[in-house]
Ligand binder design. Structure first.
Ligand code: PLP
Length: 455
């Protein structure tokens, strides 16, 4: 493995380095049946034009393959050094037994006449929808019928984009998780990428920095231009900041004033420890149901990054300008474009929300958050400017007047640790590097020892 990144948590966007593609091609060509059909002209083209919006995507061949290339180069240069990966936001700890067993049992039962079942409801198993409403949205007035179970938050972001169509205007936090910008561009909402500004021409970027006590909340929300859709992620990837009750009230008031829809990504809600001051859902904010949709996930809640399970809440109260409810159209999108999440994964989801399942998940989340604390203490003791890590498993470290790529290179070559350069999350990420707390304790302690010799 060593030489190429398995998955950079969406960031990689399944970009394989050229040698991997060649290797895949070589593997396929060993198949004799395939060889017999390989007599066509390799360079022959179809008459199909490329989707023009794809042309507008920022060339990810720039960032992530570059991280992979640097990793490969590093492995060649330092063949005996063990690389520690604190860049990839992927979970590392095993799924608790009680949850794994529930999935195994469901899978075994499929091999019996009594236990076999085929397609389930596209919107998800009714018991799971109710369980999400009752546990995650307890006392928030969310009904099971408003919860749509899915194969993950990222697919739901794409399905929501299909719901909105190409003509909506969009705002994102800067820096932000790349899926919001890229899906907007693919849909045709984003326009061209302007190299001079580092931005897409039609997207509104809400600058989120730490100056003036902004705490990575959009600096002057009231002065932002109106958009139809506002993507907002809290606890935030990459800044690790979780918005407070007053901040989210401000966001909801802004959306209500402008008649906008907030797409609220709460994929890291389970990492919030300050529950008295930090909402775990946008639906804890009065007035949110008329202006917000929430997407969320079992990926970081339960280590389901490979299992694949998420959900989206569309409140019945959320209406279009013509008064029709969005939930009706979202139901149509889901039933047309999706045949439901894996029944095995949903059995796991139900086990996650049982009291024993949930307790065991809490201890894994505690493990990651202790990692975050250990990393934060070390980086702070080195007089670095550390943000996040209190209500989110990411540390966002500021290196004023430095390029994030230079810091990335420095940490890689001196400490043999892989991070993510902040610029990968947008212009607002320049001067920052993101450290992920998703790692074994052994790796975190070793990383801290190396970092002490690095700065
Ligand atoms: C903010 C955010 N939203 C969504 C996702 C993707 O979630 P899922 O695995 O459910 O598709 C990620 C993955 O890292 C994320 O960081």
């Amino acid at each position: 493995m060593g030489s190429f990144c398995p998955k950079l948590c969406m960031l990689c966007s399944a970009s394989f380095p050229p040698q991997t593609i060649q290797a895949m091609a070589r593997k396929s060509c060993n198949n004799s049946e395939f060889n017999n059909t390989m007599k066509y002209e390799v360079s022959q083209r179809t008459k199909v034009n490329r989707n023009a919006h794809m042309e507008n995507l920022r060339d990810h061949a720039y960032l992530f393959p570059e991280i992979c290339a640097k990793e490969t180069e590093h492995a060649k240069k330092y063949p005996h050094e063990k690389l520690i990966r604190l860049g990839i936001g992927d979970t590392t700890e095993p799924i608790p037994q009680v949850i794994g067993s529930a999935m195994a049992k469901y899978a075994q039962d499929l091999s019996t006449t009594e236990g076999y079942s085929g397609y389930g409801p596209e919107q998800g198993n009714q018991r799971l929808r109710e369980a999400i409403a009752e546990t995650i949205y307890k006392d928030m007035g969310i009904r099971g019928s408003e919860v749509f179970v899915s194969d993950g938050a990222q697919s739901d972001i794409a399905r929501l984009q299909m719901l909105f169509g190409s003509n909506v205007t969009v705002a994102v936090q800067d820096p932000s998780f790349p899926a919001y910008v890229d899906t907007s561009v693919i849909m045709g909402q984003g326009g061209k990428f302007l190299e001079e500004s580092g931005k897409h021409e039609k997207i509104v970027y809400m600058k989120c920095n730490s100056g003036n006590n902004n705490d990575f909340f959009p600096a002057d929300l009231a002065a932002m231009p109106r958009t139809d859709i506002i993507f907002f992620c809290s606890p935030n990837n990459p800044t690790g900041h979780a918005a407070s009750f007053p901040q989210l009230q401000q966001l909801v008031d802004f959306a209500r004033h402008n008649g906008s829809i907030i797409v609220y990504d709460s994929a890291y809600a389970a990492y919030i420890s300050d529950i008295q001051t930090v909402p775990t859902s946008i639906f804890q904010i009065p007035g949110a149901k008329q202006v917000a949709i929430e997407v969320s996930s079992f990926s970081k809640l339960a280590g389901f990054t490979g299992v694949r399970l998420g959900w989206t809440v569309v409140p019945e109260e959320l209406l279009y300008s013509n008064g029709l409810p969005l939930i009706k159209d979202f139901n149509r999108i889901v039933t047309t474009c999706f045949n439901g999440a894996s029944a095995i994964a949903q059995a796991g989801g139900l086990a996650c929300l049982s009291s024993t399942g949930y307790q065991s998940l809490r201890s894994i989340i505690k493990h990651y958050m202790e990692n975050a604390e250990i990393l934060a203490d070390t980086l702070t003791s080195l007089k670095l400017n550390v943000h996040g890590g209190k209500n989110a498993p990411y540390l966002w470290v500021h290196f004023p007047n430095s390029k994030s790529w230079d810091i990335f290179d420095h940490i890689l070559s001196k400490a043999h640790i892989l991070t993510v350069p902040g610029i990968g999350f947008g212009l607002g990420g320049e001067e920052y590097v993101r450290f992920s707390a998703f790692a074994s304790r052994e790796h975190v302690l070793e990383a801290c020892a190396r970092l002490r010799n690095c700065f």
